[in-house]
Design a protein around this ligand. Structure first.
Ligand code: NAD
Length: 257
């Protein structure tokens, strides 16, 4: 899939965001990738050496920072063709244990952040007659584990936001879709595996347990998700909008009884 001449903004400088940025840049796009973590940004800079990927510092939950990021991009670009919202955080907690601070934090990054980037990108996309916005949601927007009240709520809301944006943006030629991954090996999943393994457990054992819960018998890779991102950004997906795509190794197709 060919993205020569296209301008892409991608949030989240590690995991799926980085993989999407690399995939789009390898297809010829000029990519502006934002993160908030210095170590992740440095690693992304090293991974993208030789490609047209520019790293930016931006907290997607902060209106002023998102506005400034898009303004900075527009100093060197004449429009924006692609937006991939992959920045996200995972919080754990049930109704008993979810603090109001955790609720607000996860809403701010996973939901408000994806709205803010879309809001500030939109004026630079809508006049071009074509464009693709992709929100990385989660299988947890469809069905969920115990103890993910705030996180799952954001991911379900992202599905609704995707549909609502898709309907409004269609007449401008802009398509809006979401992707719902199962377990994908990224720093976020490794963090979750470490938390669940506890002080005496091993992260690798926990990742193998996650993998075994998926009918294909393993967790997914960021490159597999990046290929789906590339397809949805390409003209091959010209009739596809308002949809959610599960990339989950059969996880949500399976009833474990
Ligand atoms: N890894 C999985 O198994 C999995 C499964 C389903 C959904 N997801 C979702 O995929 C998305 C990408 O996560 P990932 O697994 O690649 O994890 P990741 O931790 O590698 O990537 C998330 C990135 O977002 C950045 N980020 C966090 N808060 C930010 C903020 N306020 N502003 C800007 N950047 C911020 C982090 O620094 C990190 O670089 C997330 O929305 C996550 O919820 C992940």
């Amino acid at each position: 899939m060919e993205f020569t001449g296209k301008v892409a903004l991608v949030t989240g400088s590690s995991g799926m965001g980085l993989a999407a940025a690399l995939r789009l840049a390898r297809g010829g796009a000029r990519v502006h990738l934002c993160g908030i973590d210095e170590a992740a940004d440095d690693a992304a800079r090293a991974a993208s050496r030789g490609l047209a990927v520019t790293l930016h510092r931006c907290n997607v939950a902060d209106e002023a920072e998102v506005s400034a990021w898009v303004e900075t991009v527009m100093q060197t670009e004449t429009g924006i063709d692609i937006l991939v919202n992959a920045a996200g955080i995972q919080t754990y907690g049930s109704l008993d244990t979810t603090t109001i601070a955790d609720w607000d934090r996860v809403m701010a990054v996973n939901l408000r952040g994806s709205f803010l980037t879309s809001h500030f990108v939109w004026p630079h996309m809508k006049g071009r007659g074509a464009g693709s916005i992709i929100h990385i949601s989660s299988v947890q927007g469809h069905t969920n584990q115990y103890g993910v009240l705030g996180y799952a709520t954001t991911k379900g809301a992202v599905h609704a936001m995707t549909r609502a944006m898709a309907v409004d943006c269609a007449k401008h030629g802009v398509r809006v879709n979401s992707i719902s991954p199962g377990s994908i090996r990224t720093p976020l999943l490794e963090y979750g595996a470490t938390q669940l393994a506890g002080p005496d457990g091993r992260m690798e054992d926990m990742l193998a347990t996650f993998g075994a819960a998926h009918p294909v018998g393993r967790v997914g890779t960021v490159e597999e998700v990046a290929e789906l991102v590339a397809y949805l950004c390409s003209d091959l997906a010209a009739f596809t909008t308002g949809a959610d795509f599960r990339i989950d190794g059969g996880l949500t197709a399976y009833i474990g009884v």
